[in-house]
Design a protein around this ligand. Structure first.
Ligand code: RIB
Length: 321
């Protein structure tokens, strides 16, 4: 049975340039292409979850402007419930996304009405959030709002702390599944991702940590740490055009699969595949795959790199989530 995914977060209009190389300070470069595309980490994660077949609701704020209409239409086309994607007093969020020919990117976010996704917005959607099987948040909206969403959640609470910032202890402890890239791992967990990935279990096993920590590793896939076991999931090989939104695809796909009742190991394998496939097209959401494309890809390999008991946790595999 499909469970509902509720995403509380940001929506931006992405102003996407492609240049041979990213400009360095003081340099001007000519773009070879320019597009305006739906984006924002919250909206992207909602879109990824919907493409994977989940019933999705999006809680956010947009301006009374053309960009807001574009974003509402883009979510609606995906079948996402936008009842709580309300108009607020200000301009819709924007992101300046620079992509180069080597698929590297730099992004600047202009928060706009995303700053107005307040705890009151969570209160207005409280019944929906409390009923959801999976609730997803990121940090392009105020932390107080994310904390309010965590307190309202009765199902699985997935946090992608992007852009990275230090988190209040109460929030970290309320997280069921923390999904972090290398930068976010260091900022939130206080040390770089270890070369020996089994050592993630030492960090994730500290008191007050989320039940599950997932480190996304770019072209190396993801390391999933649950109950003292770290499992590394390798990605399929694809031709990369643009990695913008790959992390969002991972988070949305993971949420969708957990809401559908898959175990953590299988959900993570599908999320790694979905994120890889998403990088084949320009733009955050353009390349996000549908579920049948994901399951058609040969399952990525996974390898458990530790099984030591830690603290009070039982030794186990991610399939026990
Ligand atoms: O994660 C990618 C997203 O980050 C872009 O769509 C941009 O809007 C920023 O929020």
């Amino acid at each position: 049975m499909r469970g509902r995914v509720v995403v509380v977060g940001s929506a931006n209009l992405d102003l996407v340039t492609v240049t041979p190389t990213l400009p360095v300070p003081g340099e001007t470069v000519l773009a070879t292409s320019y597009r305006e595309l739906p984006g924002g980490k919250g909206s992207n994660q909602a879109t990824a979850a919907a493409r994977m077949g989940a019933d999705v609701s999006f809680v956010g704020r947009r301006g009374a402007d053309a960009a807001g209409n574009i974003l509402t239409d883009a979510l609606t086309v995906e079948g996402i419930d936008v009842t709580h994607f309300a108009v607020a007093d200000g301009p819709t969020g924007r992101a300046l996304v620079m992509v180069d020919d080597a698929a590297e990117n730099s992004i600047i976010v202009v928060q706009g009405t995303n700053a107005l996704v307040t705890p009151e917005a969570v209160d207005e959607a409280a019944a929906l959030i409390a009923d959801a099987r999976v609730v997803v948040c990121q940090l392009e909206v105020p932390v107080a709002t994310v904390l309010a969403a965590a307190r309202t959640t009765t199902g699985t609470f997935v946090l992608n702390p992007a852009p990275a910032q230090h988190l209040p202890e109460e929030l970290l402890a309320a997280v069921s599944v923390l999904v972090v890239n290398e930068t976010e791992y260091e900022t939130v967990l206080g040390s770089p991702i270890p070369d020996d990935l089994s050592e993630i279990a030492d960090v994730a096993g500290r008191p007050g940590m989320p039940e599950t920590v997932v480190a996304t590793l770019g072209s190396r896939g993801a390391a999933v740490c649950h109950q003292g076991t770290v499992t590394v999931v390798a990605p399929p090989t694809v031709e990369v055009v643009d990695t913008t939104g790959a992390g969002d695809t991972f988070v949305g796909a993971l949420a969708a699969e957990l809401a559908a009742g898959l175990d953590l190991a299988q959900a993570a394998r599908h999320a790694v595949t979905a994120a890889s496939l998403s990088t084949r097209s320009l733009g955050a959401t353009q390349g996000m795959p549908r579920r049948d494309e994901v399951v058609d890809v040969a399952p990525p390999s996974s390898e458990s790199v530790t099984s030591r008991p830690r603290g009070n946790h039982q030794v186990g595999t991610p399939t026990e989530a």
